[in-house]
Design a binder for this molecule. Structure first.
Ligand code: ATP
Ligand code: MG
Ligand code: MG
Length: 540
């Protein structure tokens, strides 16, 4: 298995953090437990972790659980597991709900100071009034009336559930985030931790700054598309009279042909369009891991981007290219041949008898170990290679030596059925045009007994959607790619039967693969997933 330690040299990345003091920096990653972590969340988590570690400070993990309609225990568990998977160990784990009583008191205090009012304007009107800078009819209610109304919200009365509490900031501020944002709203759905104790919940806009301040966060990292809300964040702290927090912006991660929204990913799972949150086509931490992205590559890629403020649409290729650099020096090399129209080859030399050799799994890295390779007079070639060959041509059999093509027998449609060859092991491999992948039809297994090659299923995937950049008003259902999963049957060297789930290997001349289903007594077919290597770079 691959190491999940942080092997990236953090010193290589120089991302500045204003007003940071050694030993005093406190950052936080605040996911809502409403889905599995995706690569965008991984960026946020890794940056927070990077600052906490490089300043000898603390990283808080806070579940932002202010909306019981979307949140579940299951997601908290998966988020913790996924953070561990990417090498992040938070120093403290908390919930926004730990602070519900304090937040409620802050809300009451705001009302008493005349800085908040209860509004029962319907949502649509409220939205329009915010756009046009029009004050609500409820804006100038008395403190007593607001307290009475907030009590109705707290009790979740029939009228209470139609109302919300708004901060009284300004309805004319050019920054619309300052136009009296909602700070509390009703929800009668039981909360996954506090049950039915509360019927009103703080909004993210209210809870986040206050809990940051209460929990001692010094630097709150946010994606820069929320920059408009920075003033609002600071207003909440000031209005409640609590310690200030530095905001630090970074750019949101976006990839071509990719959905990075828990809501949309949930829809794919619910529709059965993917096989689960760890589907290799998914941009979730689990999905990309299962497809063979190493944690090393993920960390490097994200820290290389570091503080960049430009929210560009990224290509997947660069990430996979970083990954290739990580896996190439250590991935064991194996052999596989496509089953479709497989070609039987007879080695005509009388002297060839079945022989076994231990060969290095990686020519440049002896530490990777050795594999058993069987040499015999009955071998297989792949149809695509065989079709190119001509009689009397000299070729090189990989890891064996040269041979002359003596005869080629074809079917009526031109498919090669059988080939005869004669070895020329003293021949110069530098002089041959073709280096062929081959496999003995019968191998000496790892237990010393004769056996057939390993049965393989090679899987590959395509993007789930056909649109490079999905806009807010696009309907995902209109952009679904019709076929996104592909499989090829193959046979491979018997050493593959020893691979474990998650092992990353190279199949010579085919690419890098990750073992998805290993060989065992119940699953004889080894399933492997092709790891993109960043070479299919598309024009952008
Ligand atoms: P989603 O819409 O996918 O649910 P979110 O922003 O609502 O995303 P949260 O669980 O609230 O999800 O996010 C936790 C943290 O991850 C936040 O700090 C958020 O800014 C950050 N984050 C989410 N998506 C991205 C992204 N694509 N790139 C960078 N950071 C992200
Ligand atoms: Mg959110
Ligand atoms: Mg979102």
């Amino acid at each position: 298995g691959e190491s999940t330690k942080n092997t990236v040299d953090q010193g290589k990345f120089d991302i500045p953090l204003p007003d940071a003091e050694m030993g005093k920096v406190v950052t936080r990653f605040p996911p809502e437990p409403s889905g599995y972590l995706h690569i965008g969340h991984a960026k946020a988590a890794l940056l927070n972790d990077y600052f906490a570690r490089s300043w000898n400070g603390k990283l808080l993990l806070r579940f932002d659980d202010t909306n019981p309609s979307k949140e579940k225990e299951e997601f908290e568990t998966s988020i913790k597991e996924d953070l561990a998977l990417i090498g992040i160990k938070p120093d403290v784990v908390s919930h926004t709900s730990d602070h519900f009583d304090k937040l409620y008191d802050f809300a009451l205090a705001l009302i008493k100071k005349g800085k908040a009012y209860v509004d029962d304007t319907d949502q649509e009107t409220m939205r329009a009034q915010r756009m046009d800078g029009i004050e609500s009819k409820c804006r100038d209610l008395s403190v007593d009336e607001n307290l009475r109304r907030f009590k109705e919200m707290t009790e979740g009365t029939e009228w209470g559930v139609t109302a919300c509490l708004r901060a009284k900031i300004s309805m004319t501020n050019p920054n619309k985030a300052m136009r009296d944002p909602v700070v509390y709203r009703c929800n009668l759905v039981p909360h996954h931790i506090t049950g039915s104790k509360y019927k009103v919940y703080p909004t993210y806009d209210f809870a986040c700054p206050l809990v940051d301040s209460i929990e001692g966060v010094t630097h709150a990292l946010r994606t820069n598309e929320y920059r408009d809300r920075n003033d609002q964040y600071q207003w909440m702290l000031e209005a409640c009279g609590v310690r200030k927090v530095h905001l630090w912006d970074f750019s949101r991660l976006n990839f071509v042909y990719t959905l990075l929204s828990k809501r949309k990913l949930t829809w794919f799972v619910a529709q059965g369009l993917v096989k689960g949150w760890d589907d290799p086509r998914f941009p979730t931490v689990r999905g990309i891991r299962r497809r063979g992205l190493t944690i090393d590559a993920l960390r490097q890629y994200i820290l290389i981007q570091g503080a960049s403020q430009s929210a560009v649409l990224l290509e997947w290729d660069k990430l996979w290219a970083v990954n290739k650099k990580v896996i190439d020096p250590v991935a064991p090399r194996h052999t596989a041949i496509e089953k479709k129209a497989i070609v039987k080859v007879h080695v005509l030399d009388e002297t060839v008898s079945t022989d076994v050799k231990d060969l290095p799994k990686h020519k440049k890295n002896p530490a990777v170990g050795t594999k058993r390779t069987t040499f015999s007079s009955a071998i297989y070639l792949e149809q695509t290679d065989a079709r190119e060959l001509v009689v009397d041509e000299e070729v090189t059999l990989m890891d064996w030596g040269n041979a002359f093509i003596k005869a080629i027998r074809k079917a009526g449609d031109g498919t090669v059925q059988e080939i005869d060859i004669r070895l020329n092991l003293d021949g110069d491999f530098k002089k041959t045009k073709r280096k062929l992948t081959w496999l003995s039809q019968v191998a000496v297994g790892t237990n010393g007994k004769a056996e057939a090659p390993a049965e393989l299923k090679l899987k590959d995937y395509d993007f789930l959607i056909t649109k490079k950049k999905l806009e807010e008003d696009d309907d995902v259902a209109d952009c679904l790619a019709p076929v996104t999963e592909f499989a090829t049957e193959a046979v491979g060297d018997v050493n593959l039967k020893l691979c474990k789930k998650g092992d990353i290997i190279q199949l010579e001349r085919k690419g890098f693969f990750i073992i998805d289903v290993p060989y065992d007594s119940s699953s004889r077919v080894i399933e492997l997933i092709l790891i993109p290597d960043g070479k299919e770079s598309t024009v952008s």
